[in-house]
Design a protein around this ligand. Sequence first.
Ligand SMILES: Nc1ncnc2c1ncn2[C@@H]1O[C@H](COP(=O)(O)OP(=O)(O)OP(=O)(O)O)[C@@H](O)[C@H]1O
Length: 820
Amino acid sequence: MAKKIVNPTSTLQINFDKESKKDRVPGEVSYRIRLILGWFLFFIGTLLTLAFVSNFVVGVADQSEVELGAADVIAGSDIPVKNWAGLLGAKIAHFFIFRTFGWSSLLLIPLFFLSGLKLAYKREIYPVDRLSWQVLFYIIWGSLISGFLVFQLELPHSFGGGVGFFITEKLTQLIGYLSIFLVLFLGLVFFVLFYQWNPAKPKVASVVPGITDVEGGVAAELEESFIDDDETFHVDNEDLETYRPHVPPVKLEDELADVLPADLPVIEEQLAENALEEVDETPFTFKVADEDDAAIEEVEEAPMNSAVQANDLVAQFGLYDPTADLPKYVYPTLDLLKEYDQKNQTTQVTMDELKENKEKIVETLLNYGIGIQKIEATIGPTVTLYEIVPKAGVRVSKITSLEDDLSLSLAAMGVRIIGQMPGKGTIGIEVANKNREMVPVRAVIGSEKFQKSTFDLPITLGKTISNEIFVADLAKMPHLLMAGATGQGKSVGLNMLLTSLIYKKHPATLKFVLVDPKKVELSLFNKLERHFLACLPDSAEAIITDTKKVVATLNSLCKEMDMRYDKLKIAGCRNIKEYNQKFINRRLNPNEHDFMPYIVLVIDELADLMLTAGKEVEHPIARLAQLARAIGIHLVVATQRPSVNVITGTIKANFPARLSFKVMSKIDSRTILDAGGADQLVGMGDMLLSMGSEVIRLQCAFVDTPEVEEICDFIGNQQGYTTAYLLPEADSEEMGGQDRGDIDLGDRDAYFDEAARLVVMHQQGSTSLIQRKLKLGYNRAGRLIDQLEVAGIVGSFGGSKAREVLVKSETELEEILKNL
Ligand SMILES: Nc1ncnc2c1ncn2[C@@H]1O[C@H](COP(=O)(O)OP(=O)(O)OP(=O)(O)O)[C@@H](O)[C@H]1O
């Protein structure tokens, strides 16, 4: 099957589009030619600008020069030319301004610049084809109107130019004052027709003669020009442009849809019948976008609009605005956050404390024979960092092993030694301040750094130990694992993360899936249901608290992920950002595509879920963490218990960004961060964030429950969507056996064979055995046992006793499994 076709519309117009760098083949001849021609147009635009502007400034000073003939010019003239663009400029300006169109000739300037931009870089600020028609009309019309003014107000001749003067003079002689009304009426007619007009139509009209003769017309042209082995897309134009399509190989019917607008169904039918069987001939109507109720367009069924169609839609309705459904949405304001009187806090680390600590550090190290060249302190909100440069010959490991001794001699909590400060030649010793400083949420959310951040999912958690506001992009992390013993600030941390996203994102661009097995922690956010929350269609509550529902929701997110990937593939995009941009530029057919909001899945207690549902939650979490970043699903998973059976290898491997509040032991710290230190933290939001190889200490800002309530009320009381963002219904087989229904052995659970071997090996037909060994939820294990019963491997339910295992040996079992 042929891949590409000649685009017949381009006999009239080159089908340009924004060209990404990857689409561009630098060595391509046409690319170079286009670039040269584009810059040539810029040059002409500049020449015209200089010529016209200086003509206004110097007036008719060059009159005698421009009247010279070619021979005189070559022979040379003694009179100096005043025009900034020389004799050529003077002649051009004279021609346009004096002889032809007058001041309306200025309209040519943007036309040259925009055409140059389009030709050289395929960028279109305004559709050039539209502009050409407008310039053509307004330059003449403007000249006529100016011509009248020249007559009536005795303005200089150059105001209307020769054309304006001549035509208005003749018209006035012919019909008197009516002429001015005629010209104004013409302007009105153009305005009405042009702004109702779809510029694609004239192109097709010119194609029509070719179509009526299908054999020798466009259809034949289409078929003849299939090029099997060439990825390029030939344009039948005198400029003979060749450019790479920026979309995946387009089906023939899609191409035709580009060529033929829907208001020519007859032509399309003819094409379909006579030449191309594949063409789908039924046009249908769809809305360009929900918010554009007036903007109903007929467009062919194709996943993507052509560049011309898209430009047209943008010219008519503007870019797609995802926020248009909630036009009055007001972002939460800073005054919802408490202002703490910072001065009243005994925050400052005193000079005495600093001096005392410095002396103790030097002294302790000296006791172990370690000399110090230099020591410097940086005061943070919770800890002070002492950076030391040891004398030559001291091994770093000797200092790092002294953490406990330093802690003892400083009589301070939270002593942490950083082997080598990243990017510096020093060793860091963090010591907790006697009086710690609380970091209010208002100080971080209201900070310039956060307010001005342009990240996709900006989060601010608090301050670094050098008192800088810490702002990061969750989309780049791309998932975050959080741990911390109870009461150390994990819930406050989660609230901070959610609050910062809520302050920066519009509900149209971000949705949260909140999983809260503890049932109370995230309930505050319930009020955001119709703004920021996503859930399954049949959920009574948008915040998920029930384990069974969690499994279904995770599977549904996996399904959403797969669906998003399919859409990205059709749209030829690599990630959500490119996809949404294309959608905003109206390149994607809204019948098949949607604007995709980012989805942040927050799980407040993973331990609970892992213990009740095991692999049923682990698998989808790992799958989402591995694959979901490109399509805008990001995970934030928190747990109190950072033990290996909760944070399993699979989960850990897929969460490169990990955050730890104080944990109870060094082992816990290692489990979450792959390094010690989290056990040395001082609590109340003191935390370590590990991203890749770097571990940084942060003080989490404090957002109080009433503040979160106020924010949620503020948003919840505004007009919202009719429902929460609905996730797709998960397939029942993925739902971990919520509904046993009729048991069909043709549709066995993925763990069926494993479960069968397990019960036969142990000769024990118990659900809890399967649950324990395979780490499955109760429901799924129950369904497995039922399936084993139907397969004749275990006996029927016998009350409190385990079921009898009917298959006595593993060889017998393998035989049964083979025959199933
Ligand atoms: N960043 C912070 N700044 C100041 N105080 C904080 C901070 N974070 C937490 N606290 C204090 O610690 C208390 C417990 O915090 P939080 O409820 O977040 O703990 P947790 O780890 O979620 O506990 P649990 O797991 O039991 O819910 C808070 O009520 C608050 O007094």
